[in-house]
Structures are given as C-alpha cells and as structure tokens.
Design a protein around this ligand. Sequence first.
Ligand code: BGC
Length: 400
Amino acid sequence: MLRLNDAVEKALSEMILTSEQILAIAGRFCLAMREGLAGRESSLKMRPSYLDKPTGQETGTYAAIDFGGTNIRVMRVKLMGGGRYEIERASSFKVFHAEGRQIFAKMASELKKVLVPGEPIALGHVFSFPFQQNQVNQAILLHWTKEIKIPGVEGEDVTRLLKEALEIEGMGYVIPRAVLNDTVGTYLTFAYQEPAAGIASICGTGHNSCCLCLTAGQERIVNLESGNFDPLTQTHYDRLLDEQAETPGQQRLEKMVGGRYLGELFRLMSSDCLDSPWQAYEIRTEDLMGLLDPRARQSFKALKATPEDLVVLGRIARALIKRAACLTAATYLGMLHYMDPTEGRHYAVGIDGSLYQHNALFAEQLNYILRRYSRQVAGIHGVGQGSVLGAAIAAALTMR
Ligand code: BGC
C-alpha cells in the first residue's frame, strides 16, 4: 500500500488551519485592506471600480464580453428590471496561443455573430486580470495571471485594443462603455437581485474578491485583487509550485486556492511518494473530485493504484481543498470586519466560479467557517453567470 513520506505528512499537518490561525489571517487581511486603501505598501491593490451599486431597475439590451481565465464569452443580454434578465444570444471560444491583437480580433468576430448588424449597442467588458484604471472605460493590464501569457497586451489599454478590433471588423455600431473585473461583474449581478450584497468573489480557475468600501466619504465597489494576498505560511510544495510558476512571488494566495493550481499542488505532493506518470499541470482540480467521492475513485486518471492507494491520495486532495476553503473564508472574515468593525451590519456574500459551484467539499467548508466565526453574514449565495451579466449591468449603469 502507498505510504506518504515524511515531507508530505509534514505538509499535510501544516495545511490544517486552527481557529487561531484562521482569525489571525483574517486580521492580517483586514489590515492589508486598510493599508492598500490608504495608498501604503500592501499586497492588496484595492482598485476602486468607478461603478455604483445597481438598483435592480436597470433595463435595456446590451453587448457583453467576459474575458476570463480559460474561455472568452460574448453575449447579447436584455435587462428587464426587477432583477430579471434574458441572455438573448451567446457564443464562446477557448483562449488560444496567439498575439493579443489576434485574440481581440476573434472577440470582435464572435461578437458580430450574436448582435444585430448595424444596431447601435452599448458594451460592457469583463477583464479578469489586474489592471490600472483611471476611468470606467479604461483598463491598462498590469500583468497576466493564472499562467496565461498573451504577448502584446501588458501595459496596453484593453479598451483601445477592443475598439481597434471592432473598427477593423466594421462594427462601429458597438460602443464600449465600461471595463470591469470579474469580481465586480459578479457583484453587480448579485446586487441586481440582492440589496444586502456586500462581498462578491470568484472561486474558480483564479481567485479574487471585491466588496463595498468607504473611500473619501463615499461607498464604492473596490476590487481587492486578493489573489495576491501575502504573507501566508507556505508548505514546501507551495514554495516549489511558486518557483516553477510564470510569476514567482506573486499571487501567493491564488496559488493556494485557485483551481489553476490545486491540481498541480496535488501532483507535486503525490509525485513525492509514488512513481507519478503525470506532466506538470496535467491534473486538473476537477480531477480531484474523483478522489473525494468514494464512488468515483476508480476513474481517477487511469492510474495503476489499488483502492487503498486511492484512499491515501484522497487524503491529499481533501487537505488541499479544505485548506483552500479555510483560507478563502478567512479573507471574507477580514473583509466583513473591515466593512463594519462594530460587527452590527449584515452583508450577503455572492460567489461565482467552478470551485464553489462544483466542489461540494469546498463550498461546505467555506460556509461552515464563515458562519462559525462571523455573525455578520446575511447569506452566502452562488451567483451563476455572475461576471458576464455584470458586464451588461455595468454598460447600463454608464447610461444613467
Ligand atoms: C486575477 C483577478 C481575477 C481573478 C479571478 C486573478 O488571477 O488577478 O483579476 O478577478 O483571477 O478570475
């Protein structure tokens, strides 16, 4: 039977977070928010979104683009008010290896398929990477994340690249109005239906959150870029993954909780104990589900392992998923405390992303920790289609 070696056993025990550790992380997170908002040195970028909270009464038909981690989706969306909407037409394609301009050209041609030719339409664009923004319709990419590397976009304004592509495609009738992070998109979709919305988060390929913050006397939606949160205690395998990643030293929290990385952490740990046939990043986080569910274990990646071995590998998968949920919950506790240190106000938390939507262990653990340590949670909800609908709502908000 497979035996875990001392290094893996050590990492597994380091991954169990005690109550004290969870609360200490929440405290450090809250402090990092304060420092970031005050413009002092912080691992949190704290970017204001230039968008107001929706009322739920926004109406009209809009074009929406969602440039996420793996896929790019385009849509024609009708907002009907009262929190209701209809996706009229949609298309999507996988992010492929090419120059930035080619990706934007493909985005424009896909969009053409879902819109009415010649009909003027306002567009909202969700761009799920860290960017610098001085107005609602501008986003200068600071750097790629989630192991994506598309040349020719870093340091550029993605709205300008999009406008150029639309012009070349003869689509001057599409008017880009807003560019926003996917957490902000999720927040808008959530708040369109839920007045108590306070926090929105993505727990998918990547990880990040936004929340309502009081800045310069005004309540604003602020994108924390919390995937970059640090300091966190890393295990030997976290350090190994970080050293081999595209962006060593950056996105330390995301590398412990993001779907892009959990499968790879699993691979690094299990390869230390067994002759592993896997290539780097070959194990996807979805594959770990097979190890968590006893009925699905045998299907795990055609590995020549006995049922007992799979139980042992299941320990690694469980520990990784549980730690991801505890760390994520700790950051929400930090946000709730920042938003109301008296802890008298209640906020609803909206979450989009495959890890939350499809991994029951992650969702259960996250809910459990949040409810155990905070009395401020008005509800925790999955927000399907969060970012792309948010792009349409953002376009509507700019027409006010
Ligand atoms: C990006 C964020 C994004 C998150 C979720 C991270 O890698 O830096 O901007 O919100 O992924 O997609």
